[in-house]
Design a protein around this ligand. Structure first.
Ligand code: NAP
Length: 475
């Protein structure tokens, strides 16, 4: 009996598991680990188990869910160093940044552990004497997510935190290039007492296949995606079939604007933080710089001086500011964009050097024009094209001239201008005299083709809850 049981179990496992996926360190090409892949049936089984587990999870008092999330937060913090080393090894960012991402990622678990206890409904003053009206909030059910490689921890915790706090169960498919961090944090969740079927990480035969299952399986009620606008659009179309709720955190083309009344040294500091974090591979990073004519030369000189001090290398080594980019195709795309700008008349402020492997020397490009090919593209690399402007009106038109609307930044000390520009920029987030805007307490998200929905803040929880209206009659 035992043998039969075991062999049938083996058959099921064989049917559900594909060849494992090898994970490679982009800094040196070494294989650093393997993770399991599931077949289509394996993923469907995970979804069915998630549905069963969700009922028990949602039935727990919010306080208990909150305590488990708090414990998960603490375990992530206690394991910060190990997680940061895994993260740098599979993603490439310098260790200091990886440590920062662990803390930033964990902050969403802590924030939503607190918010779990505050998912208040409301009582509505009734227009009739014999009725009472209230709303309650309920979890949407089984939620799933697809996340990118550039923030392998934070992009998951921003979604898993609110989903679990709301009482949803949660399944994530991380990027195939960076799955180790995902498996590591999910293991810590288990240790924190979060059931293995409440929070799962899966990889399938292909990202397309997982995307199709997530967006068409009837059990799944919510899909949250972070990645490119192209893939977000495919997933939204697929989700339309049974009207699934979606949240979309998509691409960006952030303008970074320096007005003539700005503190130039502060603007350079903000530009460095915004542009070169994660080797320029962030959705909110400054993609194009607009600098007023009268301060253009001073800004470009100071900016380039700061850039020349950046050290490129293996993120595990001390003193490195920029690690490798994620892949050969990413490097080729970035190089193509640089060449294209130069072909059209832009020039590097300092001489450039081709680096081996997946490393790219950071570069400031001057004399870029707004109408050059490439200004509309997400560069996703350590390249800073700097464009001149002469009037606020012209500037606003250029800054808004994009399909994207995620983050934007500007530097000015004129309060009248600050309000006018902040209101005119068609972006979900505006940094004013500030190059880094992300925080677990503030709503992160975009407008236009940068997406739908908000992550973090009190708004983040609503993405995983339905409002139910209760009407008490005959009173
Ligand atoms: P991507 O190609 O869209 O990939 C993102 C995720 O989608 C990955 O897990 C990927 O799997 C998966 N995927 C790819 N094709 C798919 C398909 N047809 N169906 C279902 N899933 C699919 O984006 P990326 O190039 O990796 O990431 C960079 C992009 O993400 C940039 O545009 C950036 O701006 C955006 N981003 C946005 C935010 C935000 O909060 N707004 C944050 C970070 C990044 P594999 O990786 O396994 O192939």
């Amino acid at each position: 009996m035992k043998t039969i049981h075991n062999s049938s179990l083996l058959a099921v496992l064989k049917e559900q598991h594909q060849q494992p996926l090898s994970v490679v360190n982009p800094a040196n090409g070494e294989t650093i680990g393997q993770v399991p892949k599931l077949s289509k049936n394996g993923i469907i089984d995970a979804i069915e188990r998630s549905q069963v587990a969700q009922k028990d999870w949602a039935a727990l008092p919010a306080k208990t869910r909150s305590e488990r999330l708090q414990r998960w937060y603490q375990l992530i913090i206690e394991n910060q160093e190990d997680l940061a080393r895994i993260l740098t090894s599979e993603q490439g960012k310098p260790l200091a940044e990886a440590r920062g991402e662990v803390v930033y990622g964990a902050s969403f678990i802590q924030w939503f552990a607190e918010e779990a206890k505050r998912s208040y409904g409301e009582s509505i003053p009734s227009p009739s004497a014999d009725k009472r009206m209230v709303t309650v909030k309920q979890p949407v059910g089984v939620a799933c997510a697809i996340t990118p490689w550039n923030f392998p921890i934070a992009m998951i915790t921003r979604k898993a935190g609110p989903a679990l706090a709301a009482g949803c169960s949660f399944i994530v498919k991380p990027a195939e290039l960076t799955p180790l961090s995902a498996f590591a944090i999910v293991e810590l969740a288990r240790q924190a007492g979060i059931d293995k079927d409440v929070l799962q990480v899966v990889l399938g035969e292909s990202p397309q296949e997982v995307g199709e299952i997530f967006s068409t399986h009837p059990i799944i009620r919510k899909l949250s995606f972070t990645g490119s606008t192209r893939v977000g659009s495919i997933l939204m179309k697929q989700c339309a079939g049974d009207i699934k709720r979606t949240s979309m955190e998509l691409g960006g083309n952030a303008p970074f604007i320096v007005f003539d009344d700005a503190d130039i040294d502060e603007a350079v500091k903000g530009a460095m933080a915004s542009k070169f974090r994660n080797a320029g591979q962030t959705c909110v990073c400054a993609n194009r710089f607009y600098v007023h004519d009268s301060i253009y030369e001073e800004f470009v000189t100071k900016f380039d001086q700061a850039v020349q001090k950046l050290k490129v290398g293996n993120g595990l080594e001390q003193g490195v500011h920029l690690g490798p980019v994620i892949s050969e195709s990413a490097k080729a795309n970035i190089q193509f964009s640089i060449d294209k700008f130069v072909e059209q008349g832009a020039s590097p402020v300092s001489p450039t050097q081709q680096l081996d492997g997946l490393f790219i020397q950071p570069i400031v490009l001057r004399d870029v024009k707004h109408d050059m090919e490439g200004v509309q593209n997400e560069l996703f690399g350590p390249v800073a094209p700097v464009i001149r402007f002469s009037s606020d009106e012209e500037l606003i038109d250029m800054a808004n001239d994009t399909i994207y609307g995620l983050a934007s930044y500007f530097y000015s000390h004129n309060i009248k201008r600050i309000w006018k520009v902040a209101e005119a920029l068609q972006y979900g987030m505006v940094g004013i005299n500030e190059g880094m805007v992300s925080s677990e307490v503030a709503p992160f998200g975009g407008v236009k083709q940068s997406g739908i929905g908000r992550e973090g803040a009190r708004q983040g929880l609503d993405e995983y809850m339905d409002v139910k209206y209760l009407c008490f009659g005959g009173l």
